[in-house]
Design a protein around this ligand. Structure first.
Ligand code: CTP
Length: 471
C-alpha cells in the first residue's frame, strides 16, 4: 500500500483533506488511509442517477456500509415504492438488506420485486411454520445491526408507541435490541394529528431515531405539506451516521462538548392558513450541525420549517415560530457552543387571527400590524448561562462588514459569520456561500465554497478555538 506524509502536503490540499475528514467524522490520518485503500483496492462507484436532489454527495464509498446488516421493515404506504431504490442504495454501499413486509405493504409493492432487489428471502408472516423454522422472529430481530422501518405508517407508529406485537413486523420491533430508525410517511393532516404527534413523542422518548418526514407535494393530487418520506439517500446517510456511533459518541476534537445550532426560517402565523416567512432553506445550519457532530460534539439542532432531512447523528427539534425557537434554545442551556444560523423572522403579526381572515367585498384589505420578535442570538449572547462560544450569522445586502461588526457588539457574539444575501449572489436557498468571519480581532475572508465545506471549516475553527483557548 502507498503512503503519504500529511506534513508534506501543501496548505490547500491539507485544507481539503481536513474538510473531507471532518465531513466523514474521521481523523486526517484515517481519511488518508481510506483514500489510499479505495484507490488501491476498490474502484470508486457512481450512483446510476444523480444524487443532487437529496443534497447528498454524488460519489460514495462502496465500502461505507460494508458488512452491515439492515433489517428493513416495509409498511403499507404509497412511499413503499421508494424502498426499492433504498434497498439498491444500501446494497451498493456494501450493506445486506433483509426485508420484512406487512400485509399493507404488499398492497403497494410485491415481495417478488423486493426479494429480487434485496437478494434475500422476504419475511411476511408471524405464524409461518417455514419462516419460524428457517430463522424465527427473535433471530430476525437480533441478527442485524439496525432495524429500519421505511415507510412507517401512522398505524405502525401507533403500534410501536403502544408496544403491540400482533404481526411479524411489530413483534420484531418489540423483540429487537438494535438501533431503530423510522422514516414516517403519511398524509400531512394525519402527520399533524395530535394522536400521531403523541405517538411520535413516545417513540422519541423510547430512544427511537426518526428521519423526516419532509415537506412537499403528496402523492394525493393537490395536497402538499409535511408527510413525504425522506429521500432514500438521506435515509442511507442517517443509517451510516447511526452505525458510525450514536450521537455524541464520535471521538473527535469536540468530544464531550455540547452544541446548539439553530437553522432554517421561522413561520409567523397571520391566521390559521397564512404566515410570514423567508427564503432560508436550512442547508447551511443543518450542515453546520452535522459538521460539529462529525467532530464529536453532542449537537441539538433547533430547526424551523424546512424541506430538507434531519441530519444524521444530531438530535433535531422542530419548531415553527421565533418564540418556540427561543423556548427550545433556552431549555437547552447551558451548552459549550451556540451557532445561531436561523433566519428568524424579525416580526410577527400582532394577535394572529384564530379564524381565516375573509375578504370583505368593497372594503379595504385588513391592515397587517407587526410586533417585534425576541432576538434569540442576543438573548443567548447575554444569558446568565451563556455558552463559552457564541457564533451568529449576519445576512446582509449592503455594508456587510460594518453591519456584522454592529451585530457582534449588540448581540454579544464572539464571531459573526457574515454573508451577502443579495438575490444576485444566490446564497439563500442555494448550495454555495462566500462568508467572512468577523470577530473582535479582525475579519477573515473565506473563498466561495459549497455550504458543506463552509460548515466543515467552521466546525474545525471551533475545535481549534477550544484546543488553543480556555473557553
Ligand atoms: N437572530 C436571532 N433572532 C432574531 C433575529 C436574528 O437569533 N429575532 C440571529 C440570526 O440567527 C443570526 C443573527 O441574529 O445569527 C443576525 O440575523 P440577521 O437576520 O442578519 O439580523 P437581524 O438581527 O435580523 O437584523 P437585520 O434584519 O436588521 O439585519
Amino acid at each position: 500500500m502507498a503512503s503519504i506524509t500529511i506534513r508534506n502536503l501543501d496548505e490547500a490540499t491539507k485544507q481539503l483533506l481536513r474538510e473531507r475528514a471532518a465531513h466523514n467524522g474521521r481523523s486526517m490520518e484515517e481519511e488518508v488511509r481510506h483514500l489510499l485503500r479505495d484507490s488501491t483496492q476498490a474502484p470508486v462507484s457512481f450512483p446510476a442517477e444523480p444524487a443532487a436532489a437529496s443534497g447528498s454527495p454524488e460519489i460514495f464509498d462502496p465500502l461505507e456500509l460494508d458488512g452491515k446488516r439492515i433489517l428493513l421493515i416495509i409498511t403499507g404506504g404509497i412511499a413503499a415504492y421508494k424502498c426499492l431504490d433504498l434497498i439498491r442504495r444500501l446494497r451498493e454501499r456494501g450493506a445486506s438488506v433483509r426485508p420484512v413486509m406487512t400485509e399493507g405493504a404488499r398492497a403497494f409493492i410485491t415481495p417478488l420485486v423486493v426479494g429480487a432487489l434485496a437478494n434475500d428471502k422476504v419475511f411476511l408472516e408471524l405464524f409461518s411454520r417455514e419462516d419460524e423454522q428457517d430463522v424465527g422472529h427473535i433471530r430476525l430481530a437480533r441478527e442485524c445491526d439496525l432495524v429500519l422501518v421505511a415507510p412507517a405508517t401512522a398505524d405502525f407508529i401507533a403500534k410501536m408507541a403502544l408496544g403491540l406485537a400482533n404481526d411479524l413486523a411489530s413483534t420484531i420491533v418489540l423483540a429487537s435490541n438494535r438501533p431503530l430508525l423510522v422514516a414516517p410517511a403519511m398524509n400531512p393532516i394525519m402527520w399533524a394529528a395530535p394522536a400521531l404527534q403523541r405517538n411520535m413523542q413516545q417513540l422519541r422518548a423510547d430512544g427511537v431515531h426518526v428521519i423526516g418526514p419532509m415537506r412537499g407535494e403528496m402523492a394525493e393530487s393537490g395536497e402538499a405539506g409535511t408527510g413525504r418520506m425522506a429521500e432514500p439517500l438521506d435515509i442511507v446517510a442517517a443509517v451510516r451516521g447511526l452505525l458510525a456511533g450514536t450521537p455524541g459518541t464520535i471521538k473527535g476534537p469536540l468530544a464531550g462538548k455540547r452544541a446548539i445550532v439553530t437553522s432554517g426560517p421561522t413561520h409567523e402565523p397571520i391566521d390559521p392558513v397564512r404566515y410570514i416567512a423567508n427564503r432560508s432553506s436550512g442547508k447551511q445550519g443543518h450542515a453546520i450541525a452535522a459538521a460539529l457532530a462529525a467532530l464529536g460534539a453532542q449537537v441539538t439542532l433547533v430547526s424551523g420549517p424546512v424541506t430538507i432531512a434531519d441530519p444524521a447523528g444530531v438530535t433535531t427539534l422542530h419548531v415553527e415560530t421565533a418564540r418556540e425557537m427561543l423556548d427550545a434554545v433556552e431549555q437547552l442551556l447551558p451548552t459549550d457552543i451556540a451557532v445561531m444560523v436561523a433566519a428568524v423572522a424579525d416580526w410577527r403579526a400582532s394577535g394572529a387571527a384564530g379564524e381565516k381572515i375573509k375578504k370583505k367585498p368593497g372594503k379595504a384589505p385588513p391592515p397587517l400590524q407587526l410586533t417585534e420578535n425576541p432576538d434569540i442570538l442576543k438573548t443567548v449572547g447575554h444569558h446568565a448561562k451563556r455558552p463559552a462560544l457564541v457564533v451568529g450569522f449576519a445576512a446582509e445586502t449592503q455594508n456587510l462588514i460594518d453591519n456584522a461588526r454592529g451585530k457582534l457588539q449588540r448581540k454579544g457574539a464572539d464571531w459573526i459569520v457574515a454573508n451577502d444575501v443579495s438575490p444576485a449572489k444566490g446564497v439563500m436557498g442555494g448550495d454555495r456561500n462566500h462568508v467572512r468571519i468577523v470577530s473582535r480581532s479582525g475579519v477573515e475572508d473565506w473563498p466561495e465554497m459549497d455550504k458543506t465545506s463552509v460548515a466543515a471549516r467552521l466546525a474545525q475553527k471551533i475545535a481549534d478555538r477550544f484546543e488553543t483557548t480556555e473557553v
